[in-house]
Ligand binder design. Structure first.
Ligand code: DX5
Length: 217
């Protein structure tokens, strides 16, 4: 089983407070997910690559692109936006890319881990033939677009199946993660846990992160 990673997610962060928040949660975070939305693939829009310019953190980034047809140039925008940041991975949606292999290859060619995300209704079979091209599979446990939604438990069947196929792969879950749902996802074989509201809406963010880690450890 690969290493457990706790991944706080930011979505249109407030430039005035984000770096203070990151300082506080940094020591407890394995990666920081930056959620990016285009109002085409999902019905919501966030700032694009320019938002990385305001970030001041050592937490390596997990960039989740909920974006239709991200071009090489578009991807490069995230890679080059802020040389002080470390980009660990860029994750693109299977449903949003007409040539997913090419997109994943481009990410890897730039020495960045490539992730593929699948929506709750997308079967695991759709990505079976590209598993050798990815470092991370993100199994969405809500419909992408908004934070604060309820966890879709049936998505965990894909986690169970994928863990059997790929014992060493990073399997990430995202959407409706709290200490209860994270424990269920961990039992199914997930090792990366993304959370926005559970952490950022908590009175004590660090306490929430510790609880999350304890639930999956
Ligand atoms: C969903 C986003 C998630 C979101 C999770 O569209 O991809 O990353 O930030 O938010 P919570 O943890 O509130 O479900």
């Amino acid at each position: 089983m690969p290493k457990i990673k706790i991944v706080p997610a930011i979505l249109s962060p407030n430039p005035k407070t984000v770096n203070e928040d990151l300082k506080e949660i940094g020591p407890y975070s394995d990666l920081l997910q930056v959620d990016v939305m285009d109002n085409i693939f999902v019905p919501n829009k966030t700032p694009q690559a320019e938002q990385l310019k305001i970030l001041d953190t050592k937490i390596p980034l997990d960039i989740h692109l909920m974006v239709k047809e991200p071009s090489d140039e578009y991807l490069m925008g995230f890679i080059k936006a802020n040389p002080k940041l470390k980009v660990n991975n860029i994750t693109v949606h299977y449903e949003a890319c007409s040539n997913i292999k090419k997109t994943l290859e481009f990410i890897r060619e730039n020495n960045i881990k490539a992730g593929v995300a699948i929506n709750p209704n997308t079967p695991l079979n759709s990505i079976r033939n590209i598993l050798d091209k990815v470092d991370i599979v993100l199994v969405m446990t809500v419909e992408p677009g908004f934070s604060g939604q309820g966890f879709i438990k049936s998505a965990l069947d894909k986690v169970t199946e994928l863990r059997k196929l790929k014992p060493k792969m990073d399997i990430e879950v995202d959407g409706g993660i709290n200490e209860v749902t994270a424990a269920l996802a961990a039992k199914s074989g997930a090792n990366m846990f993304v959370a926005n509201s559970y952490i950022f809406k908590a009175k004590d963010k660090v306490k929430a992160m510790k609880k999350l880690r304890a639930a999956v450890g």
